[in-house]
Design a protein around this ligand. Structure first.
Ligand SMILES: *[C@@H]1O[C@H](CO)[C@@H](O)[C@H](O)[C@H]1NC(C)=O
Ligand SMILES: *[C@@H]1O[C@H](CO)[C@@H](O)[C@H](O)[C@H]1NC(C)=O
Ligand SMILES: *[C@@H]1O[C@H](CO)[C@@H](O)[C@H](O)[C@H]1NC(C)=O
Ligand SMILES: *[C@@H]1O[C@H](CO)[C@@H](O)[C@H](O)[C@H]1NC(C)=O
Ligand SMILES: *[C@@H]1O[C@H](CO)[C@@H](O)[C@H](O)[C@H]1NC(C)=O
Ligand SMILES: *[C@@H]1O[C@H](CO)[C@@H](O)[C@H](O)[C@H]1NC(C)=O
Length: 395
């Protein structure tokens, strides 16, 4: 029993004295619980037993507790009073509106729940993914303004292309509305045709049919065991390591990873999307003495030779680490002008180096990192040499 019917029953029970006084007969409202389109007209009637000693013209109507004007009534017979509602609005609540017939003392004689809404519109944005090839989950958006006040049922239907029988998805997830998971009899090497059918008491509508191979829509768990650590005393670098998602270890596939990182107090993530299939990477060009948050995600590419990229996993939980303080900040005893100059020179050179490395090496490969370390040692030596020369000049 829905809320509207329950309210009506409760009201009737509360007024049972009035009902009893109408002899053994009970008043009736017709029609009972109609379902109507927004904007339509409804004529309802309240019938009282002729032997109750109540004349229809002494009755009145309320809708959701609001008295309806007498101009909308018609006395059809001494025992039958009608009311006409025109241009109905959508029900205020999904449980329907209360249309109630009262006697002249205000006692409730009978009532009806009326449901006013719209037929469903074509469901939109149907998309599907498979977690580790173990299921096929699809979600969609209701069409139009969504569900009107009359409840709409959604069915996810599918069949295997070429020879399949039409089937219905049965596991509607409660975590996410408008989604359903197929978990049994999955076919990894046959395309599926999938669509959604929406229906309510006023009509039905189908989404577009989408076609897909499960292997092309695989997603996986975020990489586990993400650790971020310093690279010795290098103040502008952090090293990130992680493990491949274990659920996919038995599959023939190529994982692709992405890293993103941000400053502790910033919302702007910087994404490194050329990490490839390695399970470690070095972040460079960072600010010294600063806390960074790092996340990693995985895309299972080419499972069993699928041609398409998979779907990115969620990002791993953020892992935080800080870069070492720069020597300048720690000591603070140098001539600010000259050291600032040389550091900015270094920074410019670093920038140049990374520009060069990005062009010439694969983004996060250990090759370019080794190169960078060598280059850096070289730079430090040359600076030292220069400083010694300068000091030598002074003395
Ligand atoms: C509802 O009634 C009005 C007159 O009160 C009429 O003009 C209108 O066409 C009716 N609408 C429908 C959907 O029957
Ligand atoms: C009351 O009037 C309505 C409208 O004419 C009719 O449909 C209904 O059957 C009548 N009810 C009774 C109990 O006569
Ligand atoms: C529908 O809503 C409008 C504005 O909210 C109101 O003026 C009108 O009386 C309502 N119609 C009915 C049949 O309740
Ligand atoms: C459907 O997807 C499109 C594009 O992604 C988006 O703009 C639109 O808001 C979505 N519609 C619904 C009802 O979610
Ligand atoms: C990563 O990809 C390269 C080629 O792109 C391949 O040779 C290597 O085996 C892959 N490594 C792993 C762990 O899959
Ligand atoms: C950068 O500045 C710090 C502090 O002033 C100084 O110790 C360091 O040697 C500078 N680095 C280079 C490469 O010049």
């Amino acid at each position: 029993m829905d809320t509207c019917s329950r309210i009506l029953l409760l009201l009737l029970l509360l007024h049972s004295a009035a009902v009893l006084s109408l002899s053994t007969h009970v008043a009736l409202v017709y029609p009972q619980d109609p379902v109507l389109r927004v904007g339509s007209n409804l004529t309802a009637s309240c019938w009282v037993p002729p032997d109750a000693g109540v004349h229809a013209s002494s009755l009145y109507w309320t809708l959701n507790g609001q008295r309806l004007p007498a101009s909308t009534y018609r006395t059809l017979s001494p025992s039958n009073l009608s009311v006409t509602l025109s241009g109905l609005n959508a029900s205020r609540q999904t449980s329907g509106d209360n249309l109630v017939c009262h006697n002249h003392k205000g006692h409730i004689l009978a009532g009806s729940c009326i449901y006013v809404g719209m037929p469903p519109e074509k469901p939109l944005n149907l998309t599907c993914w498979s977690r580790n090839t173990k299921d096929l989950t699809c979600s969609w958006a209701p069409g139009g303004k969504g569900e009107t006040s009359i409840s709409t049922q959604y069915l996810l239907k599918y069949k295997l292309r070429w020879y399949g029988k039409e089937k219905e998805c049965e596991e509607y997830t409660h975590i996410q509305p408008y989604s359903c998971s197929i978990t049994r009899d999955l076919h990894l090497f046959t395309p599926y045709e999938i669509w959604v059918e929406a229906s309510n008491q006023l009509g039905r509508a189908s989404s577009d049919v989408i076609m897909l191979d499960i292997l092309d829509v695989v997603t996986t768990d975020p990489p586990s065991g993400v650790t971020v650590s310093r690279v010795g005393q290098l103040e502008d670098q952090l090293s990130v390591r992680w493990e491949a998602p274990p659920a996919l270890k038995d599959f023939l596939f190529q994982a692709k990873y992405q890293i993103r990182y941000r400053l502790e107090d910033s919302q702007d993530w910087k994404v490194m999307d050329d990490v490839g299939n390695q399970t470690s990477c070095r972040l460079a060009g960072l600010r010294p003495g600063t806390v960074y948050f790092v996340q990693v995600r995985c895309n299972p590419v080419g499972i069993y030779g699928s041609r398409k990229a998979g779907i990115w996993s969620e990002w791993s939980h953020p892992t935080a680490a800080s870069t070492p303080h720069s020597e300048r900040a720690a000591s603070g005893s140098c001539d600010p002008k000259s050291s600032g100059d040389s550091n900015s020179t270094l920074r410019r050179e670093l920038k140049q180096f990374f520009g060069w490395a990005r062009k010439h090496a694969y983004g996060c490969s250990s090759m370019s990192m080794k190169l960078y370390d060598q280059w850096r040692v070289l730079m430090q030596k040359s600076h030292k040499a220069r400083n010694q020369v300068l000091q030598g000049d002074k003395s």
